[in-house]
Design a protein around this ligand. Structure first.
Ligand SMILES: Cc1cc2nc3c(=O)[nH]c(=O)nc-3n(C[C@H](O)[C@H](O)[C@H](O)COP(=O)(O)OP(=O)(O)OC[C@H]3O[C@@H](n4cnc5c(N)ncnc54)[C@H](O)[C@@H]3O)c2cc1C
Length: 297
């Protein structure tokens, strides 16, 4: 929405409110638009009843003593801090993904990413089943892989909500956490968790890349991710000795000397996760069969 108050007085008022309430904030989004968040005066009994600008201004005045002259709302909505996860992501022909499978407070801005990654994990598996080449159990790997990822986000958003309390305990924890974040290893761990780039599906023992999403490597033909737009499997091969013959209708074979690839070759699933890493042709054929079904004659 837009505001009439000047930025200096907004900063001062927000700092004052933050002494006792951290779930409050005004932040400029550019083009004169601001994102404004204020605690509600209770839980909406009927979620279908839309939030109104008048309610919003009243809550701003209750917390900050001013409504900052908010007007022209682009979007008004309520959200809560409920933390819930469906026990099952698949029952027969029904699959849950996104907020239908998990909800949590928006701390860290993770919900959209989590839901899109659910869909990305599931999409190619559904396509494989529809196309008739899905190996046995492929659809069940969706819940096995994505449920633990969702649970981890619920855990970290719960922790972040606990850190937002204004009482002495959470305040002390927040200060301790801020100091810990100065350690590069801790910072890297938290960054990997919040961005989900550290997600590693449990595909068994093996190479360090197994189960991880491969980063966007530079190749002779361009960037790796440019080669994965087709939603097919990809054998990225530094050896030039391997073959995906029999799976050419599902898997592309790219030979490239890419020095940044920490393996002789990797087999990528259509969602970009590493299904196999190594250099043994028989081993590769086993992985191709396990993820992409039987070879064509
Ligand atoms: C304040 C706030 C800030 C957020 N910030 C971030 C952020 O910075 N980054 C981030 O990644 N995530 C953020 N999120 C979370 C993110 O918005 C959600 O995780 C994401 O929108 C979920 O997408 P979805 O498609 O699963 O569900 P939804 O966005 O809820 O979409 C479901 C759709 O289905 C429709 N629908 C429902 N029932 C029916 C029906 N019976 N028939 C037909 N249609 C139906 C609904 O109208 C809706 O359009 C935030 C959430 C909130 C509340």
């Amino acid at each position: 929405m837009e505001v009439t108050a000047d930025p200096e007085s907004i900063t001062a008022a927000v700092a004052e409110v933050h002494k006792t309430q951290l779930r409050f904030g005004l932040a400029p989004l550019g083009d004169g638009t601001w994102r404004v968040v204020v605690p509600a005066d209770g839980v909406a009994e009927d979620r279908a009843v839309p939030a109104t600008l008048d309610d919003f201004k009243r809550q701003l005045r209750a917390f900050a003593g001013t409504d900052f002259g908010v007007h022209a709302p682009r979007w008004l909505s309520r959200f809560g801090d409920a933390t819930r996860q469906a026990e099952r992501y698949r029952v027969g022909r029904v699959f849950l993904a996104g907020d239908a499978a998990h909800i949590h407070p928006p701390t860290g801005g993770q919900g959209l990413n989590l839901g899109i990654q659910d869909a990305f994990n599931l999409g190619w598996k559904l396509a494989a089943a529809v196309d008739g080449w899905a190996p046995e159990g492929l659809l069940d790997t969706y819940e096995a892989e994505r449920h633990p990822v969702g649970a981890r986000v619920l855990e970290n958003t719960r922790a972040q909500m606990a850190l937002l309390g204004a009482e002495p305990g959470p305040t002390a924890l927040r200060e301790l956490f801020s100091k810990l974040m100065d350690f590069e290893e801790v910072n890297r761990y938290i960054t990997g968790m919040i961005t989900a780039v550290d997600v590693r599906y449990d595909l068994g023992e093996g190479h360090a890349l197994l189960g991880r999403r491969l980063r966007d490597l530079p190749l002779k033909q361009g960037r790796l991710y440019e080669l994965t737009h087709g939603g097919r499997g990809l054998l990225l091969d530094r050896t030039g000795r391997l073959s995906a013959e029999g799976w050419a209708d599902r898997v592309d074979h790219v030979v490239d000397p890419c020095e940044q690839l920490d393996a002789p070759a990797v087999l990528l699933r259509p969602d970009g996760h590493v299904a196999w890493a190594g250099e043994d042709q028989e081993d590769l054929r086993g992985a191709l069969r396990a993820w992409f079904g039987a070879p064509t004659a």
